[in-house]
Design a protein around this ligand. Structure first.
Ligand code: GLN
Length: 489
């Protein structure tokens, strides 16, 4: 048994029983990271910190004071500020930024006893669905098609998190999900990708993309591990004014995969033309399986789903244009070397510091917020957002959870070019949950004919993550087992 193949809960048991030490477990991951640098999963590796954390964890095991995730090798998306460790947001503007403080979420993972392996790759500021919109090399999917070595996208924006966790380069990782960034890469890499309810995990110290959508989130190899990570990172935080004052019970020990009597909704409008036959087949198949296990399957409607992408992109670009205004080359981050005056310094620092896609979003966002266009675009999009939230409210009067595809297809070639609009369209199944602030989770459901992971998504009311874990584990038990990292790479 390879140590990097273990799930988090298996590793915790092994550590408790002294089958192996925290240092051995951590070293196995550090070796794996070194052997698979071609995945471009990590931006910054922190081996010294990981081994220091491991020693600390060993003391805790020795004294009998082991914390809930004691000794688990872990990675953070490079959007979470980590004190003293570079935090780049996948950008040049923050390439040399070393935060003087720790984000609440990464602080919670320190307190839970994890060992920090490093910071993982992402689409710049979380903007993208393939992890190619980064100033570093794009993260690569550990999976390839059977008999075909063509590299594939890991998905985005949390491509580094997914590549690392699927490849055995970390046991779990933080992500953020503004409009799918946890779920899309989970779908392409055969992982469980949680999008937390808005307000559940603190945004303090998590670099902002679109603040009214941003949800710090999580990726792991199975549902129980995801619940373990969730219960150790959720919770009210006075430092984030939108943080929800919710209790955080033990989720991982209370997963109930019996779906008997549950009402599961299938969204009528989700059967879009681009949906692949294979994903559609899985969707039908698992709906039937849930029904056979005692759930009631009910068709529900999200009538505003066709307008959700436009609304999401208008609103997130508007918010991004405001959030990214802080990068002006004055206080921190990149400052252009050859500016003659103040105005030129702003312009050149920003021109050099952002990638084209980020600039596009800042421009469009500024445009839709400008006087004269605000009502026509921003306000209209905000109204659609409200309507989508109402659609969900009505749907959840009838059902406990919704089952739908995560992505329309499996992963695609790393060098396949997409226009910006094609790229945005990847998020068709993502953005409704994000507009409404509800929680959602991608669950792997076996492989396509080509050997690539396929995924279904479960959605539930805001703060009903336990429902995701219950239905998710039900599907996980019905689905074929997913490959372990050593079987993939
Ligand atoms: N593809 C989405 C976007 O670019 C993903 C955003 C996210 O969840 N960070 O906006």
């Amino acid at each position: 048994m390879k140590l990097f193949d273990l799930s988090i809960s298996e590793a915790l048991q092994g550590l408790k029983k002294k089958d192996f030490s925290v240092t051995e477990l951590t070293q196995a991951h550090l070796n794996r990271m070194e052997a698979h640098r071609k995945l471009n999963a990590y931006i910054t590796e922190t081996p010294e910190r990981a081994l220091k954390d491991a020693k600390e964890s060993e003391k805790h095991y020795g004294k009998g004071t082991a914390r809930p995730l004691e000794g688990i090798p872990f990675a953070h998306k490079d959007l979470f500020c980590t004190k003293g460790i570079p935090t780049t947001a996948g950008s040049d503007i923050l390439r040399t930024f070393v935060p003087p403080y720790e984000s609440t979420v990464s602080q919670k993972f320190i307190e839970a006893g994890t060992c920090l392996l490093g910071k993982v790759n992402l689409d710049q500021f979380g903007m993208g669905a393939t992890c190619r919109n980064t100033v570093f090399e794009p993260s690569v999917n550990p999976y390839t098609r059977t008999g075909d070595p063509t590299p594939l996208v890991a998905g985005g924006s949390s491509g580094g998190s997914a590549s690392a966790v699927a490849g055995g380069l970390a046991m779990g990782a933080t992500t953020t999900d503004t409009g799918g960034s946890s779920r899309v890469p989970a779908s392409y890499c055969g992982l469980v990708g949680l999008k937390t309810s808005y307000g559940r995990l603190s945004r303090y110290g998590c670099i902002a993309y679109a603040s009214s959508f941003d949800t710090p989130s999580l990726i792991a190899r199975n549902v129980k591990d995801t619940a373990l990570l969730f219960e150790n990172s959720a919770g009210h935080d006075p430092k984030d004014s939108t943080s929800a004052p919710m209790d955080v019970p033990n989720f991982s020990n209370n997963i109930n995969p019996s779906v008997k009597g549950l009402k599961i909704g299938l969204i009528k409008e989700a059967n879009v033309p681009g949906l692949s036959a294979e994903v559609k087949e899985r969707w039908d198949h698992y709906a039937k399986q849930l029904e056979d296990a005692g759930a009631e399957i009910i068709e529900v409607s999200l009538p505003h789903l066709p307008y959700a992408l436009a609304s999401y992109y208008l609103l997130t670009m508007a918010e991004a244009s405001a959030n990214l205004a802080r990068y002006d080359g004055v206080r921190y981050g990149h400052r252009s070397k050859d500016a003659q005056d103040l105005e030129e310094m702003y312009k050149k620092s920003r021109a050099e510091g952002f990638r084209d896609e980020t600039k596009r979003r800042i421009l469009i966002g500024t445009y839709v917020l400008s006087a004269g266009y605000y009502d026509a675009y921003y306000m209209k999009a905000a109204k659609v957002r409200h309507l989508v939230a109402q659609d969900y409210q009505k749907a959840f009067e009838k059902v406990d959870a919704i089952l739908m595809p995560t992505t329309t297809n499996g992963a695609f070639d790393l060098d396949k070019e997409l226009t910006p609009l094609e790229d945005y369209a990847t998020d068709i199944y993502m953005v409704t949950a994000s507009l409404a602030g509800i929680c959602a989770m991608a669950v792997p459901v076996g492989y396509s004919q080509e050997g690539l992971p396929l995924s279904l998504q479960i959605q539930a009311k805001q703060y009903n993550e336990h429902m995701l874990f219950n239905v998710g584990q039900a599907i996980e038990t019905m689905a074929p087992p997913m490959k372990k990292p050593s079987e993939i790479l």
